[in-house]
Design a protein around this ligand. Structure first.
Ligand code: FAD
Length: 321
């Protein structure tokens, strides 16, 4: 096995790897398989107890090659099982910082430190908050950011999804099978999700309220009872009685820990990388939804992960770092 010419006796196999991958989602698993099959040692560090990233919370995936329709959590488990044939995942460990340490990187987590010659960042995105009145107060008391995780709690109830993109549309279609009623509230003037989802939403007669700005979540102190929104066409203020709201209004890249080492980020915090996944810091690569310009799909995350891993290996044998 290629070990960057490190004497095996000097290596701590628990904390020292050729490559550390940060984030156990589609991109991380894919990168991990390629890295290990290149003959390098690898571990994935994952902050959550249950790995799988956003694939694991996708209610139903219908556009990943080879799987006609698959519950996201099952697909994520298939990815995990495949990766674990090769490498290790260390869960419940959050990367907080990266420092250069000679010809290696020191990866600082909330629990311990790791070292690696190279890093692939596949930390994806987290949900964006609305930042409107009542959001913090009723989070967990009617407001949720994950229909797969919390949808069942709203069985037989009246709910709304805020956000008319693909994630919002998929979530509304999923919730429609559980709840009494679901509607979609979108800020945009047009339906921004894929045509296939629009057709399914129309078929199920799910109301799609467009050009609407959510202003406030209302409640009785204990739980959510509704929301107020402004109809941006008529400028009228309207309200809806609801027991649940699922927010899907966009994402935030998980890149805070890259700031000290100086990885170039765009104005929203996404990693700026070349077409092969190389960042501006030699030896650090990026893949998946965390990249600026990502298509935010499982298929593209898998592709990005394999590309970054192949590039890393090629750069290594060409002694680029
Ligand atoms: P992620 O899946 O986000 O994985 C990143 C991982 O990194 C996470 O596990 C996270 O916990 C971990 N992490 C983050 N920061 C740290 C840190 N500091 N230390 C350690 N670990 C960290 N795509 C499709 O193709 N088809 C669909 O039908 C589909 N439906 C979707 C439905 C919903 C509701 C959502 C939210 C997304 C959906 N997507 C779908 C998008 C798809 O899930 C993502 O594009 C894909 O999961 C991105 O993979 P990734 O590996 O780049 O990132």
């Amino acid at each position: 096995m290629m070990q960057f010419n490190i004497n095996p006796n000097e290596r701590n196999y628990e904390t020292d790897y050729d490559v550390i991958i940060i984030g156990a989602g589609a991109a991380g698993y894919s990168a991990g398989i390629y890295i290990k099959r290149s003959g390098l040692s690898v571990a994935i560090l994952e902050k959550e107890a249950v790995p799988g990233g956003n694939t694991a919370v996708s209610p139903l995936v219908e556009n990943y090659l080879g799987y006609k329709a698959m519950v996201g959590a099952d697909l994520a488990q298939d990815f995990q099982k495949h990766y674990e044939e090769y490498g290790k995942i260390i869960t419940e460990i959050e990367v907080r910082d990266i420092k250069k340490d000679g010809n290696k990187f020191k990866i600082i987590t909330d629990k311990s430190e790791f070292t690696a010659r190279a890093i692939i960042v596949t930390t994806g995105t987290s949900h964006r908050k609305m930042n409107v009145k009542g959001e913090d107060e009723y989070y967990g008391k009617g407001i949720s950011y994950c229909s797969t995780c919390d949808g069942y709690l709203f069985k037989g109830k009246n709910v709304a999804v805020i956000g008319g993109g693909n994630s919002g549309a998929i979530s509304a279609l999923y919730l429609d099978n559980i709840v009494n009623s679901v509607s979609i509230i979108a800020h945009s003037k047009i339906k921004k999700c894929e045509e296939a989802y629009i057709e399914a939403i129309d078929q199920k007669k799910i109301p799609f309220i467009l050009n609407a700005e959510t202003m406030e979540f209302t409640g009785n102190g204990k739980s959510l009872t509704g929301l107020k929104y402004r109809d941006l066409t008529t400028k009228e203020e309207k309200s809806l009685n609801l027991e649940g709201v699922f927010v899907y209004i966009g994402v935030i890249p998980q890149t805070e820990f890259l700031k000290n080492i100086g990885v170039k980020l765009d104005s929203h915090g996404f990693i700026v990388a070349d077409e092969k996944g190389r960042t501006n810091i030699s030896g650090i690569y990026g893949a998946g939804d965390v990249l600026a310009g990502s298509e935010e799909q499982i298929a593209t995350a898998v592709g990005d992960g394999s590309r970054a891993a192949i590039t890393l290996y090629t750069d290594l044998i060409n002694k680029k770092f």
